[in-house]
Design a protein around this ligand. Structure first.
Ligand code: SF4
Ligand code: SF4
Length: 202
C-alpha cells in the first residue's frame, strides 16, 4: 500500500531493523523489545569492529519496480519488487554501520595524524578551535551540511582540537584500526530495555 506518512515510515523502518537483527541473530522474531526501550553504547573488542572495512564505491542499487503500465492500473499492486539475492548482497556491502560510532579520547591522542592519513573521506581535522561558522571553513573536507553537528574534542596538548564532520564519516573503523594509542574507539549502540521491577537490563 506504500508509506502513509514520515512517522509511519520511520516506525516501520525501526520494526524492520529489529526483525532483521533478530533474524540474523537466529532469535525468535516475536520476541520484540518493549515500548520502553532506550539506546545504550557498549565498548567493542577489536575483533568485533574489524569488520570488512573496505569502502565500497558503488552507488546505491535501485530496487526494481513493477511495470508502470500494470502498476498504474492497479493501486493495490506492490510496486517495489525487492532485490534479487546477488544485488541484495552488494547493497548490504555498502552498509554504513550506523549502529557503530567513533568515540575519541583526547587524553590518549599523541597527535600523530595517522588517522587523518587513513580516513577515506578526510573527515578528521586537527586544528585550532574557533567559532563554528569559521571552524567549518578550515576543515579538510568542508562541512557544508549545517544541520549536522561537528564532533569537536577537548583541547589537545598542542592546544589544537580534533574536529570530525559526522556527516561524511562512513563508520569504516579505519581510524580506530590505525590509531597506535586507541584514542579512536568504535562503540556499538544497543537497545536497552526497561523491565518490570525497576531494574534495567541490556
Ligand atoms: S570511521 Fe569515519 S573518521 Fe574513521 S576513518 Fe572511517 S570515515 Fe574516517
Ligand atoms: S591516530 Fe590516534 S594518536 Fe594519532 S592523531 Fe589520530 S587519534 Fe591521535
Amino acid at each position: 500500500m506504500g508509506p502513509k506518512n514520515v512517522i509511519t515510515a520511520v516506525a516501520q523502518g525501526h520494526t524492520a531493523a529489529v526483525s532483521i537483527d533478530l533474524f540474523c541473530s537466529e532469535k525468535d522474531l516475536h520476541d520484540r523489545p518493549s515500548p520502553l526501550t532506550n539506546l545504550i553504547h557498549q565498548k567493542m573488542g577489536i575483533h568485533e569492529w574489524m569488520y570488512d572495512s573496505a569502502v565500497a564505491p558503488d552507488l546505491r542499487f535501485k530496487v526494481p519496480h513493477a511495470e508502470k503500465a500494470k502498476s498504474l492500473k492497479d493501486r493495490l499492486m506492490e510496486v517495489e519488487l525487492g532485490f534479487d539475492v546477488e544485488t541484495a548482497f552488494k547493497e548490504a556491502e555498502r552498509c554504513l554501520n550506523c549502529d557503530v560510532q567513533t568515540v575519541f579520547a583526547t587524553d590518549r591522542c599523541i597527535e600523530c595524524d595517522a588517522c587523518v592519513d587513513i580516513c577515506p573521506t578526510a573527515c578528521i581535522t586537527f586544528t585550532e578551535n574557533g567559532k563554528e561558522d569559521e571552524l567549518r571553513t578550515r576543515l579538510t573536507a568542508s562541512a557544508n551540511e549545517l544541520n549536522q553537528d561537528l564532533y569537536v574534542s577537548d583541547e589537545l596538548k598542542t592546544k589544537r582540537v580534533m574536529v570530525k564532520d559526522e556527516n561524511v564519516c562512513l563508520h569504516c573503523g579505519l581510524c580506530a584500526e590505525r590509531c597506535p594509542t586507541a584514542a579512536w574507539d568504535m562503540q556499538k549502540y544497543l537497545y536497552n530495555t526497561a523491565k518490570a521491577g525497576g531494574k534495567v537490563y541490556a
